[in-house]
Design a binder for this molecule. Sequence first.
Ligand SMILES: [Zn+2]
Length: 483
Amino acid sequence: MTLLLIRGGTVVSPTGRSAADVLVDDETIAAVLAPGQAEALGIAPERGGIAGASSDITTIDATGKYVIPGGVDVHTHMELPFGGTAASDTFETGTIAAAWGGVTTIVDFAVQRTGESVLDGLAEWHRKADGNCAIDYGFHQIIGGVDDESLKAMTYLVDNEGITSFKLFMAYPGVFYADDGQILRAMQNAGESGAMVMMHAENGIAIDVLVAQALARGETDPRFHSLTRPAELEGEATHRAISLSKVAGNVPLYIVHMSASEALHEVAAARHLGQNVFGETCPQYLYLSLEDQLAQPGFEGAKWVCSTPLRSKHEHHHADLWKGLRMNELAVVSTDHCPFCMKEQKELGLGDFSKIPNGIGGVEHRMELLYQGVVTGELSLERWVETCATTPARLFGLYPTKGIVAPGADADIVVWDPDGHTTIGLEHKHHMNMDHSAYEGFEVDGKVDTVLSRGSVVVGDDKFHGRAGHGKFLKRGLSQYLV
Ligand SMILES: [Zn+2]
């Protein structure tokens, strides 16, 4: 029996916080103990006393700190091929960076492109990840070509492979795009097996017209990436996806990476009517803007080319997204981690913004960036834990193994120091495999102190103690958190 005691901290869950010690037995949380119980049970020495029989128990001192479930980031793209290159983090570098940021589970996207087989795509993703992850991981499956074969594969994945969520795209024709008929068929299929449909909701057909027109006018700078993807086309696609999911039988629908008020209002309205619709946003949409980042002079703005795009800070999107998080119109904050270096990757779009690989890296910074919402009063401490760990675990069939500090759960635990302070960026030695940071120079309050993945300390004393291959593939169940 290997016992470990996290002592003296404040355990935080979505429903509250309490002073408690957390007893870990091997890979699992054995007990959450009221103060004094560990001493009474003889598994910890009296404070200031001599460790007697209990000296073989490892103790982590969490005095003055929060003890929270490890972060669950349900939207990452390690090694994703895109636009003639591939996302620069491997499963190894990306999951190590995630661990540094207090994330103990990722759910990445296995890819089927138009014309390819779903099962081949999944096998390729297993090859990339197997033996390389420092933390636990699962997969969603991208369905880039809805046909009889891929519909059959969807059912197979739910029944046999622990893959219970499928991402469709209303953008990127010829690569991932599904038309309305295909979307309806995939939703009906998901409804039969109880799976969740995830949607990239932007009207890609209209966007491609705007992109071609902009390029013809000589508008090639990175900022035109946002100007050719107007908020109305995110709102319109979101509305259409919600309508289709209702027609398909109120099939659970999760709108990924929402950046526009127009889209948020559609999700809020559907939820008000009791539809199983959930919204996700990412730190970049809460903190970064068209004016301050994407429109930087020259080619600098390429760092912030992602889809959906960063939006104008003068149009209320930021404030609305924060409010949406507070009011549970938005359920989850993930990162859409999809890093590309400037050199040789983002540079592919020099002189043509439409060729800039789409993506921002942020898997390392989500917990600390969202914690700033706690510091400023935008979010409660409990809501921070809920949106970054508990709800993503519930929505994607990982709860209560993941996403909560409770007896029986995996010992995926972060000791969080509210008095810590760090500066984000390449210059401050981030761990993602990127030659820049989307958040360079951002100063944040609060800091990861210690991270446990299934009972093993993977980060502590500002050192990485984990290893590639520690992370296990998670077969997920169905969503447990419908309206
Ligand atoms: Zn994505």
